[in-house]
Design a protein around this ligand. Structure first.
Ligand SMILES: [Zn+2]
Length: 102
């Protein structure tokens, strides 16, 4: 998991996931409160993972349509959502203000 760019506190998987469930635009560090937002590049990567759902569903469930639907609609998107705190990279104003390279 990524660390806070200001205080180096390691983000917790559940805290990041909860912020996603609350549809918050930023993730605030639980220690220092620094706002972190998701990097555009990692948003694109996660979107690509989501877009693989039909391909994986059809390739794994060729003989069972119900398996395809289960994979495409529920299992795979849920898996990506649960893994997304690990897939996303975060930026903060702290980094921008202090010219810290990524
Ligand atoms: Zn912090």
């Amino acid at each position: 998991m990524q660390k806070c760019e200001k205080c180096q506190h390691k983000f917790k998987w559940l805290e990041v996931l909860k912020s996603f469930l609350r549809f918050e635009k930023t993730y605030d560090c639980s220690i220092c409160g620094t706002e972190h937002w998701i990097e555009t590049t990692s948003k694109i990567i996660v979107a690509l993972f989501y877009s693989l759902a039909p391909i994986i569903g059809f390739s794994l469930g060729q003989t069972k349509p119900s398996l395809i639907i289960f994979i495409v609609v529920l299992a795979y998107p849920l898996l990506i959502f649960l893994l997304s705190p690990f897939l996303y990279r975060f930026n903060s104003k702290y980094r921008a203000n202090h010219n810290i390279p990524s």
